[in-house]
Design a protein around this ligand. Structure first.
Ligand code: GAL
Length: 366
């Protein structure tokens, strides 16, 4: 009798151990097989009641988490969607078009309600829009436009205004002389809009002969290394006869300033950037970068989350601006970017808590 009881107890313990082993494996196993950035935000949230099943599910397909802003976009978007009572699934494709398409196909087949996309390649991403629509899923382009596709909404900042703010600040500082333009990634339609904004302001000065563009090049995948190589090529072609550099974002501006430092010209040639990366704001208060364009990302993430929920629930959305993406006039919400130099860092970036005063003024007096 006792023996039988011991045997049964042993069987029972074995069963408990087996069960816990399988739970661990699932989460651990999946994590190992799925690359880090492809994490499903809700992997551990096993739906245990109907309500989870009925929850609206938003997918956020990101290009990359490389530049400083994108992890912030990811976290703020997740918070905003979850605060609205919905679920969010997030994947990032490390700048790989094929991987981004595969990730979006997987999201579409996992039963999402709305697909929100930061495309790596504005044109290549168009293919996925039809697939989503045939599955009854609406598509929102986040920050970057998807070209030549019938997307449902575009939510971003006014990207041409970003370029205009950069050029307005620079032409005040350098009203005449030789300018270098370091562009962003050619695959990113934003880079084209930023550049258009810069030339909206500079073209009249170029036509008048006040300003000459002595170098103008895209930077592969927005990398600082590509921007640095471009700046070195600009020096090769023009010697030190360069009076101003407008760089499409702060990551590329960082590469440009490395090239200036190598020639002892950092702080001597004004450089404009974008994104209010911490390193850039530190450079601005320390004098090696002239300005950046601050984009309050929390407003973008919250706006996109609200619009995604509305689309999922079939509610009307207010998107009164239109952007032509080569196929349709896309209903758009374009937020206002803010020019920042050392005079208004406190009232903008620090006032918003985007960076702290301690972080920014680590080496300098306010
Ligand atoms: C752009 C974005 C910028 C910049 C860049 C590099 O599309 O608008 O803020 O970060 O991508 O990722």
């Amino acid at each position: 009798m006792i023996r039988l009881f011991t045997q049964m107890r042993l069987i029972f313990i074995a069963m408990v151990m087996l069960l816990s082993l399988s739970a661990c494996e699932n989460s651990a196993g999946n994590m190992h097989t799925v690359p880090a950035e492809e994490q499903k935000a809700d992997e551990s949230a096993v739906p245990d009641s109907d309500t989870d099943q009925d929850k609206i599910k938003i997918a956020f397909a990101m290009d990359t988490l490389l530049e400083e802003r994108w992890p912030r976009d990811r976290d703020l978007f997740r918070e905003a969607v979850e605060a609205l009572g919905a679920e969010v699934e997030i994947m990032a494709a490390s700048g790989d078009d094929a991987l981004q398409i595969t990730q979006m196909e997987r999201m579409i087949s996992s039963g999402i309600d709305v697909l929100v996309v930061v495309p790596h390649n504005a044109e290549a991403t168009a293919t996925i829009v039809n697939m989503a629509h045939s599955a009854g899923i609406k598509v929102i382009a986040y920050d970057r436009l998807i070209r030549n596709a019938e997307i449902d909404l575009y939510v971003s900042f006014d990207n041409e205004r970003v370029g205009e703010l950069q050029a307005e600040a620079m032409q005040k500082q350098v009203p005449s002389g030789s300018y270098v333009y370091i562009g962003g990634a050619e695959t990113d339609y934003n880079a084209h809009q930023f550049k258009q904004g810069v030339f909206n302001v500079l073209q009249p000065l170029i036509d008048r002969g006040d300003i000459r563009i002595v170098f103008d090049q895209w930077s592969q995948d927005w990398t600082p290394a590509s921007a640095r190589a471009n700046m070195e090529a600009a020096f090769q072609a023009n010697g030190d006869q360069i009076d101003a550099v407008i760089s499409a974002n702060d990551a590329t501006a960082g590469g440009v300033i490395e090239a200036l430092e190598a020639r002892g010209l950092a702080g001597k040639i004004p450089v404009a950037g974008q994104d209010a990366d911490l390193a850039a704001v530190q450079r601005i208060v320390e004098g090696t970068q002239m300005m950046t364009v601050y984009k309050p990302i929390h407003l973008l993430a919250e706006e996109a989350a609200e619009l995604a929920l509305k689309l999922a629930m079939g509610e009307p959305v207010v998107a009164d601006q239109k952007i032509n993406n080569g196929k349709i006039e896309v209903p758009s919400v374009l937020l206002t970017p803010i020019a920042v130099d050392r005079h208004n860092v406190m009232d903008t970036i620090i006032a918003d808590g985007f960076h702290t005063e301690e972080e920014v003024y680590r080496n300098t007096e306010k």
